[in-house]
Design a binder for this molecule. Structure first.
Ligand code: ZN
Length: 118
């Protein structure tokens, strides 16, 4: 029970489907199930109608969310492959944008081999 009304507005917060961390909605990537039952990436502002689920712009979170089927459970539909692909792209883009931060030191980024299959 919150007593009194704080001053200032609290930005909307949502829980990441991967790591369950609560973050500002605008920091998270939203996947939405539209009223017609299609699953789409929300391109930006959380304005798309429908049921939404959120994940951090972090590949680990996305992978966990996919592996645990947290997205499917939240939306109660399966996530089409192309949406998963778009989601991966979005997360990768945001993650690298974040990593770039303010400094421009990251030059010549290679891909690191990952064998996490299994
Ligand atoms: Zn997360």
């Amino acid at each position: 029970m919150a007593k009194g009304r704080g001053k200032g507005r609290v930005p909307p917060q949502r829980t990441c489907a991967g790591c369950r961390t609560v973050r500002a909605q605008r920091e998270l990537v939203r996947v939405v199930r539209t009223p017609t039952g299609e699953v789409e990436l929300d391109d930006g502002r959380g304005k798309r109608p429908g049921r939404g689920v959120y994940v951090c712009p972090d590949e680990n979170c996305l992978q966990r969310a996919l592996r645990t089927k947290a997205l499917e459970r939240a939306l109660k539909v399966s996530i089409p492959d192309d949406v998963v692909a778009a989601l991966r792209e979005r997360v990768a883009a945001l993650a690298s944008a974040q990593a770039a931060g303010g400094s421009e030191e990251a030059n010549g980024a290679g891909h690191s081999p990952q064998d996490g299959e299994g």
